[in-house]
Design a protein. Structure first.
Length: 231
């Protein structure tokens, strides 16, 4: 029996996403990097008026994603394991807004990896990350900038800035609904490789530069989570 989850997003999405629990970053978990433009080869193995089935094989890991055009769902099966199905549901979403406080510097993103730096003495950083697999709710904490925290805070800031830049690139080539769908997909499969992400995106009709950018976004989101947990 497949698992079914509902992820609230804005509007009717052309893409669909998956949802499983996210957990905390392990102490020894290391940031990852991915060569720009790397997208595993996928193939459409079935296309009808009601569904599209896409398959990929990467490092002997087979992923099959089925996009139900009537229900607006994507069901993903990795190496024959239990299917995960997501059905989208309309909901509101707050767009990032510019911070305009004289004593603060900050960055807001659609991914909810964010920072606000209060330039006091000592300096205070309010940092946030998504709560579980939610595209709306988020966790937040305030950290004092000092010798024991500054490295992870600076690395977190760098990842958030990269997330913001990638989101702008995705919006330049696709709609806000595609961006939010991609973010929800990444949050739903926190340990997924590029093959699984690419297959799910391809099933929903997302290819090319936008797919590459969403996969790059997933890398930076994973890194930002690591630095958030360490800070």
């Amino acid at each position: 029996m497949s698992k079914r989850f509902i992820i609230p997003l804005t509007g009717i999405l052309l893409t669909s996403t998956l949802s499983v629990g996210t957990g905390h970053a392990a102490e020894n978990e290391q940031p990852v990097s991915m060569q720009e433009g790397t997208v595993p080869q996928t193939e459409i193995i079935e296309e009808t008026d009601t569904k599209r089935v896409v398959r990929s094989l990467e490092n002997e890991v087979e992923t099959v994603a089925t996009f139900d055009k009537l229900d607006n769902t994507v069901t993903v099966v990795v190496n024959g394991k239990e299917p995960v199905t997501i059905q989208l549901e309309a909901a509101s979403s707050n767009q990032p807004v510019a911070l305009a406080r004289a004593a603060t510097t900050g960055e807001n993103t659609f991914s909810n990896y964010e920072y606000t730096i209060t330039h006091s003495s000592p300096e205070k950083w309010n940092i946030t990350m998504p709560k579980g697999d939610s595209v709306i709710q988020k966790n937040a904490k305030t950290v004092t900038y000092k010798s024991s925290t500054k490295s992870n805070l600076n690395q977190f800031k760098q990842s958030v800035d990269k997330i913001n830049n990638l989101e702008l690139l995705i919006l330049g080539g696709a709609s806000i609904t595609v961006l939010l769908s991609g973010i929800a997909l990444v949050l739903s499969l926190p340990t997924a490789g590029s093959g699984t992400l690419t297959t799910a995106l391809a099933a929903a009709g997302v290819y090319g530069n936008v797919a590459r950018q969403i996969i790059q976004l997933s890398t930076e989101m994973k890194n930002a989570k690591i630095y958030y947990m360490r800070a």
